[in-house]
Design a protein around this ligand. Structure first.
Ligand SMILES: [Zn+2]
Length: 384
């Protein structure tokens, strides 16, 4: 009985800290309204959290005259989380405070010769130790580490199931980090953590149902509902890059033909262009297209039509209120955006017109480190 009461108390405390953390700054009465708990209970728990140092009271003027309302905010230096981004070309890590500010970050080059999981884990751990030493905070304040990896991830068990970019299969990467640095570690797919960052601090701030679609060296999507990532049965939802467009189409890296990414990924466009012209990258295709060169116009038109179709299909399937386009193709060449928008306007089915907002990612490059740290922090607040 005593144990049950303690569990409930801990549960409530965690829940209220989580509400303050995600809806900060907030008043006691608003917490009471959200939790439907009595003002007395709220005051008691808030008092405990203040005493523990997690939160603090701040005075701010109420909208009315004179009287100042006391509101609550988290104490930025009470808890930290680390975000790690493993990219094909670099590893970046950032230390995030309790107010979600990345207070320190480090980045090192990452080459194919480093792709071995043990070598990678060594690099990540070294960077973590460096940041902890540099910033000189109490190590116990770092409560979680989040690592984002391109690929299919079993986040529950911390396993990189499959990453074609790193050539990893079934790597228990979370435990490799955790055992070394002794801080709870979680691993997640890179696009999923990016979507999380957009939800909290970017283009999806006011969205309830967000679809984020990535077009770059790979093609993928994520659905976020009220800040929760839609994972599917085994965290594999959203791999639209390998949906079949034409069963007799171009050969994909997955061994099958005509996957969506063979029409929309950067390498596919470059491959297509190299059949007729000497080009070095996407920019060359866009420049030639602006010069009215037919081959380039064709490539850009086909790619943006398929992107428009992809969005239209996702609208029909999930009815999101916000669709965010991200990935290197849009980050580096935003002029593609109006072209996709134009095609989408032509093909969209009437009931979906004016039901959503189409936009570009706001956070771009920073979102993986930030999203990984947010994801890790969220996990440590998850109530079992
Ligand atoms: Zn494929």
């Amino acid at each position: 009985m005593k144990q049950d009461q303690d569990t409930i108390k801990q549960h409530n405390k965690k829940m209220i800290l989580d509400i303050i953390r995600t809806q900060r700054p907030i008043s006691r009465s608003d917490i009471s309204r959200i939790t439907k708990m009595s003002p007395t209970s709220i005051s008691r728990i808030v008092g405990e959290l203040c005493e523990d140092g997690y939160i603090q009271e701040t005075n701010t003027s109420s909208s009315g005259v004179g009287r100042k309302a006391v509101i609550l905010d988290v104490n930025p230096v009470s808890v930290y989380s680390i975000g790690v981004e493993i990219d094909k070309n670099f590893i970046k890590i950032g230390l995030m405070d309790f107010c979600s500010n990345v207070v320190k970050s480090e980045k090192v080059g990452y080459f194919e010769s480093d792709y071995d999981p043990v070598v990678t884990a060594n690099m990540v751990c070294k960077l973590i130790e460096k940041i902890v030493d540099d910033i000189r905070i109490d190590r116990e304040k770092i409560i979680s580490i989040g690592v984002s990896v391109p690929g299919v991830i079993d986040s529950e068990n911390g396993i990189v199931v499959f990453s074609s970019q790193l050539a990893w299969r079934n790597i228990e990467f979370a435990s490799m980090i955790e055992k070394r640095v002794l801080i709870p570690t979680v691993v997640e797919n890179d696009l999923k953590v990016m979507a999380l960052a957009e939800y909290f601090y970017g283009s999806a701030k006011d969205s309830k149902w967000t679809a984020m679609i990535n077009f770059g060296s790979g093609v993928g999507s994520v659905l976020v509902k009220n800040g929760e990532i839609f994972q599917g049965g085994s965290n594999r939802a959203g791999e639209i890059g390998h949906t079949t467009i034409d069963p007799f189409g171009i050969l994909c890296e997955c061994g099958r033909r005509g996957c969506l990414q063979t029409y929309t990924a950067d390498w596919a466009l470059i491959q297509e262009a190299q059949k007729v012209a000497k080009i070095n990258g996407i920019q060359d295709i866009l420049t030639s297209s602006k010069r009215q060169e037919l081959w380039a116009q064709n490539i850009i038109q086909r790619a943006t039509i398929y992107m428009g179709i992809t969005i239209s299909n996702i609208l029909c399937m999930y009815n999101p209120d916000t669709v965010i386009l991200c990935g290197s193709l849009f980050d580096n060449h935003p002029e593609l955006f109006p072209l996709v928008e134009e095609h989408l306007t032509k093909i969209i089915w009437e009931p979906y017109e004016h039901t959503f907002r189409l936009c570009l990612s706001e956070l771009k490059g920073v979102s993986r480190v930030l999203g990984s740290a947010i994801m890790a922090l969220n996990k440590s607040f998850q109530i079992q």
